[in-house]
Design a protein around this ligand. Sequence first.
Ligand code: AMP
Length: 508
Amino acid sequence: MNAQPNANLFSRLFDQLTDGAKTAIETADGARISYNDLIALSGRTANYIVSRGVKPGDRVAAQTEKSVAALVLYLATVRAGAVFLPLNTAYTLNELDYFIGDAEPSLVVCDPSKADGIGKLADKIGAKVDTLDANGNGSLSDGAAKQKSDFATVTRANDDLAAILYTSGTTGRSKGAMLTHDNLASNSLSLVQFWRFTDKDMLIHALPIYHTHGLFVASNVTLFSRASMIFLPKLDPELIIKLMSRATVLMGVPTFYTRLLASPNLTKESTRHMRLFISGSAPLLAETHREWSARTGHAVLERYGMTETNMNTSNPYDGERVPGAVGFPLPGVSVRVTDPETSKELARNEIGMIEVKGPNVFKGYWRMPEKTATEFRPDGFFITGDLGKIDTQGYTHIVGRGKDLVISGGFNVYPKEVESEIDAIPGVTESAVIGLPHADFVEGVTAVVVNSKEAKLDEAAVMKALDGRLAKFKMPKRVIFVDDLPRNTMGKVQKNVLRETYAGLYKR
Ligand code: AMP
């Protein structure tokens, strides 16, 4: 009888491994973990979590600092046929109460400093708790060390869940996006091809591993291509520049690129060994893209994805990487732009709702069938909530989240368009355009601007510079100056925070 290959992501990652001695991960303090080590460690951890009662289909929640042991926990959970549920390290006990109550994991792994508080939440649903600190020590590692390294990877179907990632929930409740083994495997394999990853690559991995970017894009792509990665606990621009002399790829959020540009040590020479710089998770300013090209000679490759869909589009490896655009659909992914009201597909260059379909798109929101149903079209396209357009050359452009659209006096104002004009004013570092409650216009277009260090722009100067460049209804009614825009850990500007902070601006 011809046995079906196991669709478990772990099997797809490692069953065909030929060179187990190859380094998979190098840590900041120089430790090297080979592919064989990683498989053995995941076997011990899988045996341990099974001994703690974790069964196939159970959720394993982890709120842990970044470490090799934390990545091993992800691999071990998937290997055991369970569902990995990573949680942002910034979440408070109050927030964790919701996630743990909603996902009902059978095991929660957390930092020892939080074990008491989380223990009480876990007790409510009968979950067990283990600990893991930033150095990879804790009851999880102690328990795993006593186990055998052999573990028979649990058989899973393509459609079985491998992970649940909660969306950041900037409006309303955070939702658990259910990702299958095939969602993760198919997307990583597309990216390996599209970005030309090979076993010669060495990735600088400075992203958190509780988010799709650092956990799936960076880690799975490296492991599928038998490349190596240098695991850094956080963004350290000088260390990253130093490592570039022997690395080949960097994946970052836009903040990485602005922080690296602030260093005089970022030069053509210091980036000579690198072959690829990738940016995503938030818009990379066209200005940053141009500055980076001028300084290093490398054009940053920007891509677009989200927790629910993995990666959807990417600028090309060969061919033009257009500043401000997110490129073409990945192989097997369909992207279209529709009228948000009628859901009819729009022509090239028309702005509307971005919808995607493909093996990358998630299975639905955990325990929210009605919400899931409203986010999919009858023909299977997922409504991303992002507004954008596809230009005549086929490049996708994002103009902002649908919920960030400003409707002023009945007219649609796309924040990105106004932001691009403001960002082009000499002396402006960056800006965020939001709509605030306004008695006459319902929403008043409002610009929040960061001046560069030397610049002394005021409201009148910004308005003067915009005069004649934007239709009257798009012009900001007020300009507010701040030192920094509020951002989350993935570099996304938190417009909801700005809207709350300045909610009373137009109140008389
Ligand atoms: P998350 O689920 O946290 O990964 O956030 C996904 C959202 O980030 C998307 O729906 C977009 O709004 C935004 N995003 C991701 N990549 C980009 C990009 N390259 N340019 C603009 N927005 C992006």
